[in-house]
Design a protein around this ligand. Structure first.
Ligand SMILES: Nc1ncnc2c1ncn2[C@@H]1O[C@H](COP(=O)(O)OP(=O)(O)O)[C@@H](O)[C@H]1O
Ligand SMILES: [Mg+2]
Length: 500
């Protein structure tokens, strides 16, 4: 019987091939050091090479049998490299965390010495760190090896193994879960290393011996944190359900039709929905709807802060954007939310074309990406949006979110009363809806909030009169900004689809 194929046979074979083809320096960038070291150990055995591992805390250690060099003396990278250079016996040297030293000319020289004398010494140096910037004088002597991340099948194997462990440790009790959750789980764990997958799965099971849907948001957030992003993209814990969004029935129906295609991993790339633009008046529920899309589809919600994109590191805007988009792809399937997109890609001329280029990068990415990132952009002001963004085919659809009609206003009152634990039975919601013509959802919410304060101050239960008073005291934006709203509505007619 043959031994089972070790995890990721391909990585193993790649490394073996490189060693056999006499590449003197292998560059292994990974967060999963244990797995890489374990693989190097197997390789050393297979190739019958002595294996040495160096870390700054332990010095150079020979693994397995053979004479042990004076480890204490070799804590310093320079001493260590000199010792390797002097070592006559051919060997495989795994050097962990050498990355901070790669800017020191003497060390680079020593690495180069060892590498250039490969014919004579036959040493293979393996640089192993989470991130390695190889100085140019070494690049021709080095080969990068990207350890592959586990695919869904491997993730499934990890889940099964952890479930079995839990069962063994808990008197044979089985881990409770269901297929749908398992499928979502494996999808969420893509993009993580073997070790991280295992840790997250173990945490999820450990709590109560189950993997349920409620564990998924936490899992997604943990994954997001592990990916170590730079603050331009944020993980939004709070998603919403469409039950709490009044109106937007057309948007909902559109989304419902695409749910399967957006969330399943098996969808052919060309058929994947790519995104929507929600355009409309302020306070009408665009941001709320963006959250509800993620909630309805059960996908993680990532928000790209257009302001931070520009401000965080001056001059690195484009890189920030590229990295954010790449990170979003690693979180896929997910919803990427660009709130008030006009603020980030305004047509400002003062920024030396940066916002032009940012827009260009964004558009290219949107046109090309098929990786399961669904973009939800919102905008209040179309006059600030460059026409390229609005051209057909960028977004799957542009929805116009208008002010709520009377029925929708009644619904918004009910939602916000319910949210605050006020029974709407005793309240004449119909009359309030009629009296709040021209109010946006946000303004209705504000009416409810203020009326509750008013009632509390008078030590009375909230009633219709309190609400009606607040309505009369409010001048909605549709009045103060009537012209702008009209212009927006005129623009939207014929160019957009109504969301309501
Ligand atoms: N259609 C709606 N249904 C329920 N609540 C709404 C609606 N529109 C707005 N609101 C309330 O107003 C708040 C602000 O709305 P928001 O989504 O931020 O508006 P926009 O992004 O369009 O400016 C929401 O969080 C919600 O509480
Ligand atoms: Mg908003």
């Amino acid at each position: 019987m043959s031994t089972p194929e070790p995890e990721n046979g391909n990585d193993f074979r790649d490394l073996q091939l490189l060693i056999r083809s006499h590449v003197p320096i292998l560059v292994v960038e990974t967060h999963d050091e244990n797995r890489a070291r374990e693989m190097m150990t197997r390789l050393a055995i297979r190739e019958t090479l002595p294996l040495f591992v160096w870390t700054v805390t332990e010095g150079l250690q020979r693994l397995g049998f053979g004479e042990v060099p004076a480890a204490e003396a070799l804590l310093e990278p320079e001493a260590m490299l000199k010792a390797i250079k002097a070592q006559r016996e051919r060997g495989l040297y795994v050097l962990c965390d050498l990355h901070p030293y790669l800017s020191e000319p003497r060390l680079v020289r020593l690495l180069k010495d060892v590498a250039l004398r490969y014919r004579e010494l036959g040493h293979t140096l393996v640089l192993l760190s989470h991130r390695l910037d190889i100085p140019p004088e070494l690049t021709r002597l080095a080969a990068r090896v990207a350890l592959s991340l586990p695919d869904e099948e491997e993730i499934m194997a990890i889940v099964r193994e952890e479930a079995r462990r839990w069962q063994e440790a808990n008197g044979g009790r089985r881990v409770r879960t269901d297929n749908r959750t398992l499928a979502q789980l494996t999808r969420s764990l893509r993009g993580l290393t073997h070790a991280d997958c295992r840790r997250l799965v173990r945490n999820a099971i450990f709590d109560d011996g189950s993997i349920t849907e409620s564990a998924l948001p936490e899992m997604n957030r943990a994954k997001f944190e592990l990916m170590d992003l730079d603050g331009v993209l944020s993980f939004e814990y709070r998603t919403e359900q469409f039950a709490d969004v009044a109106g937007v029935s057309r948007l909902r129906a559109w989304l419902e039709q695409r749910r399967e295609a957006a969330t399943a991993t098996g969808t052919p790339e060309v058929d994947r929905p790519r995104g929507v633009l929600l355009l409309g008046v302020q306070g009408a529920g665009k941001s709320l709807s963006a959250r509800a899309i993620a909630g309805a589809w059960g996908l993680p919600l990532l928000r790209l802060d257009m302001g931070a994109l520009y401000n965080k590191y001056i001059g690195e805007t484009e890189r920030n954007l590229r990295e954010s988009l790449r990170s979003a792809e690693l979180m896929a399937p997910c919803v990427l939310w660009l709130d008030e997109i006009e603020k980030g890609i305004g047509t400002a001329e003062s920024d030396e074309g940066v916002s032009r280029r940012v827009l260009g990068s964004l558009l290219t990415w949107m046109a090309e990406q098929r990786g399961g990132v669904f973009v939800v952009a919102t905008a209040n002001d179309v006059s600030l949006l460059p026409p390229e963004l609005l051209r057909k085919g960028r977004f799957d659809e542009i929805f116009f979110v208008d002010l709520p009609d009377e029925d929708t206003r009644a619904e918004i009152f009910r939602i916000h009363l319910r949210r605050r634990g006020v029974a709407s039975e005793g309240i004449d919601v119909g009359a309030l809806a009629a009296a709040s013509e021209g109010f946006a959802g946000a303004e209705i919410e504000q009416v409810v909030v203020s009326a509750r304060y008013r009632a509390a101050a008078a030590q009375q239960p909230l009633d219709s009169a309190h609400l009606a008073t607040e309505i009369r005291a409010t001048v909605p934006l549709s009045v103060t900004m009537a012209e702008r709203m009209d212009a927006l509505r005129r623009w939207a007619a014929g160019r957009t689809v109504p969301a309501n």
